[in-house]
Ligand binder design. Structure first.
Ligand SMILES: [Zn+2]
Length: 340
């Protein structure tokens, strides 16, 4: 190790759990941060400071003013320029460590590009905001034997679960199917920055154990935290389920694309999301969306106006987003306001 790095990482090297051998491994590790919002930007910053120099950032969104309350890598200039989060994050990470070889990808992770974006990595970090992408990451991780760390936060509550393929349960052992109905999201239910940072910190702690060659020390529990009530709980992860469609039966339906909610262009300036078997309570959704934009609803459909977009959602979960031809944007809009 270079003398400068010995100084830079001296406090980590002095930590008996890591030492110089652990730090050497961290310096050589390759990590992909999937989604660079509140969780992902904290993870990326913390991992870069810990010595992960080969970081790949995958995110399709742009920095907005409403992100600054909890997304640690961004500032007002980034929001004023509407920089892609992956680009703004890469700039900040290079400023933190000029030896960083961070690679930004301004892209929506899909079954079609997962192989290219996630391959040749030692660890995948979950910074996403939707189940569909998490199931895709889970399929990729299990099928390629790459560990990943699931994390989620909304309101004041969050949870963390590391997945070590072949050793621990995977996401689909715990949640075989995505939750049904509209889910609370940071857009509809709000979010506090202590919950996103504590969840991301717990994810980073597990990451450091894996990267430093100590996967045996990774928590075999699901940890839930509510920073408002102050309640922290841990439950033992169940054993991997032999009938789990992913890690048990090796049916990688999210990775082969067969389970992705189909999405298609619909007319000149609209995108349709053909969700299946996802009944949505439109009254409940109306209550969630009313404070965010104009909503008109009847028993057949709900229309949500958020200029320049207009989304029509049907009780079976199908939706049409007018105002764009960008399918990734439509997917992201749906995840933010309907949840997934
Ligand atoms: Zn499983």
């Amino acid at each position: 190790m270079e003398p400068r790095d010995q100084e830079r990482f001296s406090r980590q090297i002095r930590f008996s759990g890591l030492g110089e051998p652990g730090q050497e491994l961290i310096l050589r590790a390759r990590v992909v941060v999937v989604g660079c919002g509140a969780l992902g930007s904290f993870q990326a910053g913390a991992l870069a400071r810990a010595g992960v120099r080969r970081l790949r950032i995958v995110d399709r969104d742009f920095v907005e003013l409403s992100n600054l309350q909890r997304q640690w890598l961004y500032d007002e200039d980034d929001a004023a320029q509407a920089l892609p989060k992956a680009v703004a994050a890469a700039r900040r990470l290079r400023a933190i460590d000029s030896a960083s070889q961070v690679e930004p990808f301004i892209i929506d992770l899909t079954a079609a590009n997962a192989g290219e974006l996630l391959a040749e990595s030692d660890l995948l970090m979950d910074g996403t905001d939707n189940f569909e992408t998490r199931y895709l990451v889970n399929d990729f991780a299990v099928s390629h034997s790459i560990p990943w760390i699931y994390g989620a936060a909304v309101g004041s509550y969050g949870l963390v679960m590391p997945v070590l393929p072949g050793v621990t349960a995977c996401l689909r052992c715990i949640y075989p199917e995505p939750p049904s109905g509209a889910q609370p999201t940071c857009e509809t239910a709000g979010v506090l920055n202590p919950i996103t940072s504590v969840i991301a910190s717990l994810q980073v702690a597990e990451a450091l154990k894996i990267l430093a060659g100590r996967p045996d020390l990774v928590s075999r529990r699901i940890t839930t935290v509510d920073v408002w009530s102050g309640v922290i709980r841990q439950i033992d992860q169940p054993a991997p389920r032999p009938d789990c469609p992913c890690c048990g039966l090796k049916q990688f339906v999210y990775l082969d694309g067969s389970r992705r909610a189909p999405i298609s262009l619909c007319g000149q300036n609209a995108v349709q999301i053909h969700e299946r078997s996802r009944p949505i309570d439109l009254d409940d959704l109306r209550r969630r969306l009313e404070s965010l934009g104009q909503v008109r609803a009847n028993q057949f459909a709900l229309r949500f106006f958020l200029p320049p977009y207009e989304m029509t959602i049907f009780p079976d979960g199908r939706a049409i987003l007018k105002g764009t031809q960008d399918v990734g944007l439509a997917r992201s809009f749906y995840a933010k306001y309907v949840g997934s």
